[in-house]
Design a protein around this ligand. Structure first.
Ligand SMILES: [Zn+2]
Ligand SMILES: [Zn+2]
Length: 325
């Protein structure tokens, strides 16, 4: 087998060398010369993509693993799907669905974990909250909860990355603004001490002033978003770990207090333990899904239909004894 391959590779290499040799000579046919030139150009392009002699690094590999690309990809994707995906609504006009109550506003059966949104004016499956117009302008429910959380998470990561990465730039811009202020002050004093009234030239150009101020403003904006959104993301992560939505948190808190007063213990029947709650929320059924469904932007649907809340078999098997209090 190896002998056969060397038999094939030998003539191929010889032909290529002959082609290059002919290409270097001026008398070779124009077609061959064109082919050789294209081959050499392609080789240079490939080398420039794979290795940057100025930076001394693999440019293509660096670019592929640059975190900002990954973060921006995720932020845009999750933002788009969180806005456009409906949260899920209970079927209307059907009497065969498992319901726990009747919505007083819609006058329709309401399945478990479903709540009425006063903004959308309809019931939403596993409603978490209604995201305002300035943000997603959509209700967050069963079908887009993961998209909303992923968007918040990657947006926070992106803001932290930008704030941290531009720290030196911010410090330089801030120092330049302070210098500007000092120079303006000195200039005013110098003018006040002089007997003639000639306006001295500006110490910093308008463009330089605007650049420094914009950099400082952007850094503060980015850091503020990172802090505010980070707090929101952490809060939602805590809720997901407990197997609750924002609305259920309030209901469960009240219910817990009420039962405690009677000397009884409250149990959240949708809490299967921290890890299982996350796996259920992220749609991780196998080990491979941590890569394909969590690290990569996957658009798989959540478990269940949002009407019947039976946990998947692997959850039942793993956490038959785990019941949250
Ligand atoms: Zn309703
Ligand atoms: Zn709504």
């Amino acid at each position: 087998m190896q002998g056969q391959r060397s038999l094939l590779l030998g003539p191929a290499r010889l032909c290529l060398r002959l082609l290059l040799l002919l290409g270097s000579r001026r008398r070779c046919p124009p077609l061959l010369r064109g082919l050789v030139q294209r081959w050499r150009y392609g080789k240079v392009c490939l080398r420039s993509l794979l290795y940057n002699s100025f930076g001394g690094s693999d440019t293509a590999v660096d670019a592929a693993f640059e975190p900002i690309y990954w973060l921006v990809d995720n932020v845009i994707r999750w933002c788009g799907v969180a806005i456009t995906t409906p949260p899920g609504y209970p079927p209307q006009g059907r009497n065969d669905i498992a319901t726990v109550s009747i919505c007083k506003k819609c006058i329709y059966p309401k399945p478990a974990r479903t709540h009425h949104c006063s903004v959308c004016n309809r019931c939403v499956l596993k409603m978490d909250h209604h995201c305002p117009t300035a943000w997603l302008n959509n209700c967050v429910g069963h079908y887009n909860h993961r998209y909303f959380f992923s968007f918040c998470f990657f947006m926070t990561l992106g803001c932290v990355y930008c704030s941290y990465g531009s720290w030196d730039l911010f410090r330089e811009a801030y120092a330049a603004i302070e210098k500007m202020k000092q120079l303006d002050k000195n200039k005013l004093q110098a003018v006040a001490n002089q007997t003639y009234h000639q306006t001295p030239p500006p110490t910093f150009s308008f463009r330089e002033r605007m650049t420094h101020k914009s950099l400082v403003y952007l850094w503060f904006l980015c850091s503020s978003v990172a802090l505010a959104l980070g707090a929101l993301t952490v809060w939602h992560a805590v809720l997901i770990s407990r197997g609750e939505t924002s609305i259920e948190r309030h209901i469960n808190k009240k219910e817990k207090r009420r039962l405690q007063a009677k000397g009884r213990i409250f149990r959240n029947h949708y809490n299967y333990g921290c890890l299982n709650n996350w796996k259920l929320f992220l749609g991780v059924d196998t080990g491979r899904h941590w890569l394909t469904r969590v690290l990569l932007p996957s658009s798989h649907l959540p478990h269940g239909n949002g009407i019947i809340w039976d946990p998947p078999p692997w959850v039942t098997a793993q956490s038959a004894s785990v019941m949250a209090v």
